[in-house]
Design a protein around this ligand. Sequence first.
Ligand SMILES: NC(=O)C1=CN([C@@H]2O[C@H](COP(=O)(O)OP(=O)(O)OC[C@H]3O[C@@H](n4cnc5c(N)ncnc54)[C@H](O)[C@@H]3O)[C@@H](O)[C@H]2O)C=CC1
Ligand SMILES: O=C([O-])CC(=O)C(=O)O
Length: 328
Amino acid sequence: MVKAVVLGAAGGIGQPLSLLLKASPLVSALALYDIVNTPGVAADLSHIATPSKTEGFLPPDDGLAKALTGADVVVIPAGVPRKPGMTRDDLFKINAGIVRDLATGIAKTCPKAFVLVISNPVNSTVPIVAEVLKKHSVFDPKRLFGVTTLDVVRASTFVGEITKTDPQQVVIPVVGGHSGVTIVPLLSQSSAPLPSSFAGAELDALIHRIQFGGDEVVKAKDGAGSATLSMAYAGAEFALKVIRAAKGEKGIIAPTYVYLDDAAKSLVGNGVDVDFFSTNVELGPDGVKEIKSLGSLTDKEKALVAAAIPELKTNIEKGVAFINAPKL
Ligand SMILES: NC(=O)C1=CN([C@@H]2O[C@H](COP(=O)(O)OP(=O)(O)OC[C@H]3O[C@@H](n4cnc5c(N)ncnc54)[C@H](O)[C@@H]3O)[C@@H](O)[C@H]2O)C=CC1
Ligand SMILES: O=C([O-])CC(=O)C(=O)O
């Protein structure tokens, strides 16, 4: 029995993500929460002939608590998306409060659920969730994940094109965070190696495309939002990995933005001294089973990791301060 909950389920990501979760036989109950439209989305999905029972909830009558009751996995794509010219950090003003309130609901109703945060800016929203859970004395760092899978999916797609390899077979760790220079693809570890001639400006352009893939979609959508369908694909892929590992499947490893204690920091190495960082993580029945080291990096990759740290620190501090700053 696995109950999955989507918070922000009526949105551009929420709807196709809910569809993919409804399509999976691994999910036995699916609760959809949003401030609008979830009864319709749930009624629509409920006609799909898969085992999960689908229900929609709105804020009145304790809808959030009802949706979250008994949750095993909570995926959060609630909040506003970017428009051209905005950074992910520009979304903080609105999304920080949305994520704080949803995290409070999780802390009160389903503190043992796995929490998967999609809402941007992920570098800050994950620390926000952690601080809320800490305030309720229910923070378990093994159960909180920032979803950076779309960066991994993009890296696989772009490298698959270059190496003429099936992109589904291309495995590339993308580490760091989820915005611009904090996104660090470890291309030297690609399962489909780039040709040795692929260097200099060509390599720089590929790294830039992975780091700023989100901007490509924001620009193409021209004011109508950011990536939704590819994010739903990536979010479902990661959520189903968490569920498969929870059910006992072994050897599932994926990059995800997680809390690092001091031991994990020294394991990750390479000067990573931030409290949250995306790195390869082995998933297990209780969530994070083992945080993996970054492995051996090229000089270029070391420089990219170093360049990611200052922005990550600022983003993390901003999230932590949002919850802990004294109210005036
Ligand atoms: N982690 C990642 O890789 C990615 C993250 N994102 C982020 O995901 C978020 C959602 O993006 P879209 O689905 O395109 O936006 P959207 O605007 O289409 O959908 C957001 C949904 O959240 C709902 N919502 C707003 N306040 C809420 C609240 N208090 N409780 C519950 N639901 C609430 C809205 O009603 C709406 O249905 C954005 O912050 C976006 O930047 C987008 C793409 C990739
Ligand atoms: O670019 C955005 O704002 C949405 C996002 O996080 C992505 O597509 O990676």
